[in-house]
Design a protein around this ligand. Structure first.
Ligand code: C6P
Length: 442
């Protein structure tokens, strides 16, 4: 580890300050704070069939929601109903089932547009998820507009899905990558923006909420700064779309990507929002059925967005499931979701930090609904496996943030990530298990 990474590491990773009494050598002593989250969300827990099971002999505590969330009965039923009643291919068959399937698919697109406050449904492109959406921008927009000497501006906290596609775009086009550095507390160092946002910057792409640090980035400010130098902006909303209100018009982004499976919908479906004026001037990236107006042996013409970017048969049932997930989340309210998840994360952050042997990662203030942490002497994989033996599902690993982990000198961390069905009692259980793990491994 270099001296610099030791320095950043010491600051970025917060453990209990020495003057703070380490109050909790036994987790039984830690009482839940009843004001800490919105208890009204607990009634939604019964909507999730999978949660009502034991894991390794104890009640399942599912804290791996940043990887994927569980699915409520309403979403499962919507998918079953679609396959039992409406299944057909979309946009092409002149028969009853095909028009029902098309209505369901396009209805889901309208729901996504409403959910993000897009100006029109045509600004919503269905993809397999965030990764495919970001690859779409890097290929379709990137190949058309990036050239030798241009700058792609990213941040040091990007998930591999918002880094590797840009590395590949840079290799194809001769553009170069630049990174907004982090402050010692794990936030973007915005004081560097004047220096970094030169006229060569053609695109700024950043994560809205870091899946490793929990940092919430100031999306509207970053997009406005990009716009001021004539660059387009891309928001990776994988960790925010299911957790807080999102309004693409007030954020002012050109593109925004998210995954359905992190917000109650099935895997294999997500979306890319693209501002109409930008999509109009972006060529397709994949060719095939449905995206064309007319095809000759030598050449083709293409439909406008979104069809131009949706070659081949789409994930129709997935889109139906995403529409049902949106209805479900809207019935709860995204302000309530945000307050609930953040309160659980702040409670967990403070209480893990107070446990002997543990250090937590990222900002001390507002955060997304997740906490990464390490134990001073136990490898995160061993710790995560220990927790699994007690029925507590965490994620252990590099969380697809290898460059930042390497910079900080950490091979991996454990991570707890929360969603609407998680409770203060489950946080208590996690604290109890982590305290036991400390005693066990010590
Ligand atoms: N993060 C996690 O456990 P996909 O795989 O396409 O649905 O999402 C990719 C992705 C992009 N950006 C961010 C910020 C993400 O967190 C993720 C997915 C998972 O944190 C898997 S590594």
């Amino acid at each position: 580890m270099t001296q610099l990474s030791v320095f950043i590491n010491n600051l970025l990773f917060a453990s209990a300050p020495v003057h703070e009494p380490i109050a909790h050598s036994s987790a039984q002593a830690i009482m839940p704070d009843p004001t800490i989250h919105n208890p009204s969300l607990e009634s939604y827990r019964s909507d999730f069939p999978i949660l009502h099971q034991e894991a390794n002999g104890g009640p399942l505590v599912y804290f791996d929601n940043a990887a994927t969330t569980q699915k409520p009965r309403a979403v499962i039923d919507a998918i079953v109903r679609y396959y039992e009643r409406d299944n057909a291919n979309v946009h092409r068959g002149l028969h009853l089932l095909s028009s029902r399937a098309t209505d369901a698919f396009e209805g889901a697109r309208a729901k996504v547009a409403r959910y993000l406050n897009a100006a029109t449904s045509e600004e919503i492109i269905f993809t397999r998820g965030t990764t495919e959406a970001l690859n779409l921008v890097a290929n379709a927009w990137g190949n058309a507009y990036l050239k030798q000497g241009d700058v792609i501006l990213l941040t040091e906290m990007e998930h591999h899905s918002n880094l590797v596609p840009w590395q590949q775009a840079a290799q194809r086009t001769g553009a170069v990558l630049r990174f907004i550095p982090l402050t010692p507390s794990g936030e973007l160092d915005l004081s560097q923006l004047d220096k970094l946002l030169t006229p060569e910057v053609k695109l700024l792409s950043f994560t809205h909420i870091s899946n490793f640090l929990g940092t919430i980035n100031p999306a509207a400010t970053l997009c406005a700064r990009a716009r001021a130098v004539g660059a387009i902006s891309v928001v990776d909303a994988a960790q925010s779309a299911g957790h807080m209100p999102l309004d693409v018009q007030s954020i002012g982004c050109d593109f925004l990507a998210f995954s359905g499976h992190k917000m109650c919908a099935p895997t294999g479906i997500g979306a890319l929002y693209g501002k109409a004026t930008v999509l109009e001037n972006t060529p397709p990236w994949q060719g095939g059925g449905e995206m064309i107006l007319s095809v000759r042996y030598e050449s083709s013409t293409y439909k406008p967005a979104p069809a131009r970017f949706e070659a081949g048969t789409p994930n129709i049932a997935g889109a139906v499931g995403l529409g049902a997930a949106i209805d479900y989340l809207e019935s709860i309210g995204r302000d309530a979701l945000r307050a609930h998840d953040e309160a659980l994360a702040i409670d967990a952050y403070q209480r893990i930090r107070a446990l002997p042997g543990y250090r937590v990662v990222g900002p001390t203030g507002p955060r997304g609904g997740l906490v990464s942490f390490v134990h001073e002497s136990v490898h995160p994989h061993d710790l995560t496996s220990y927790c699994d033996q007690k029925g507590l599902a965490l994620r252990g690993g590099h969380h697809c943030n290898q460059p930042l982990m390497r910079k900080l000198g950490f091979p991996s961390t454990s991570r707890a990530s929360f969603y609407l069905y998680n409770t203060a009692q489950e946080i208590n259980r996690m604290i109890e298990i982590l305290a036991e793990a400390h005693r066990f491994f010590s």
